[in-house]
Design a protein around this ligand. Structure first.
Ligand code: ZN
Length: 171
């Protein structure tokens, strides 16, 4: 298993009207996976998706790329190599996050960070990832200006995420 030290958070940046008739996001998730597979089919055998896991608007969790495989998610090869990519379905550049999605997302991030000994400080937004060329972050708005990152980090910290990274280092 590759080493997993970071969680990188994304949104799908998809139009809200795509959700009509697909409230849980299953059809949207299938379309995202198909697009990514088409893109990587020739170069990376068995490639599933640029994201390892997704959270739908009603809190349904979808799986994508196997954790053992790198997902080309954040435009920085060094971080791609050690990250778990989590995608929140929706466009948080234009809308807030539904409460059910937020709650499921926090629960998912807690369990992933505990399971893999990832510190809260290593839970980062796509837009915080430094560009490989310049070292400066901010080449994308992902996961959107209304993404509730402050609340999420507080929720993760309250859960005592700091201790798990120390436990992981001792292993
Ligand atoms: Zn992103």
């Amino acid at each position: 298993m590759r080493s997993l030290t970071h969680l990188v958070l994304h949104h799908s940046a998809t139009d809200a009207t795509l959700g009509v008739g697909d409230p849980e996001g299953a059809a949207l998730w299938a379309a995202i996976r198909r697009n990514h597979q088409r893109h990587w089919a020739r170069t990376v055998p068995g490639y599933v998706c640029d994201y390892h896991v997704a959270v739908g608007p009603t809190g349904v969790i979808f799986t994508g790329q196997p954790l053992a495989m790198v997902a080309f998610n954040c435009g920085n090869a060094r971080l791609d190599a050690v990250s778990i990519a989590v995608c929140f379905l929706g466009n948080f550049q234009v809308a807030g996050m539904p409460a059910l999605q937020y709650a499921a997302g926090v629960q998912l991030l807690r369990s992933l960070s505990e399971q893999h000994g990832i510190a809260v400080s290593h839970v980062i937004l796509h837009r915080e990832v430094p560009s490989e060329r310049t070292g400066i972050p901010g080449f994308t708005a992902c996961p959107g200006r209304w993404f509730p990152s402050a609340a999420m980090r507080t929720a993760l910290e309250d859960h005592g995420g700091g201790g798990s990274s120390r436990a992981a280092m001792a292993r």
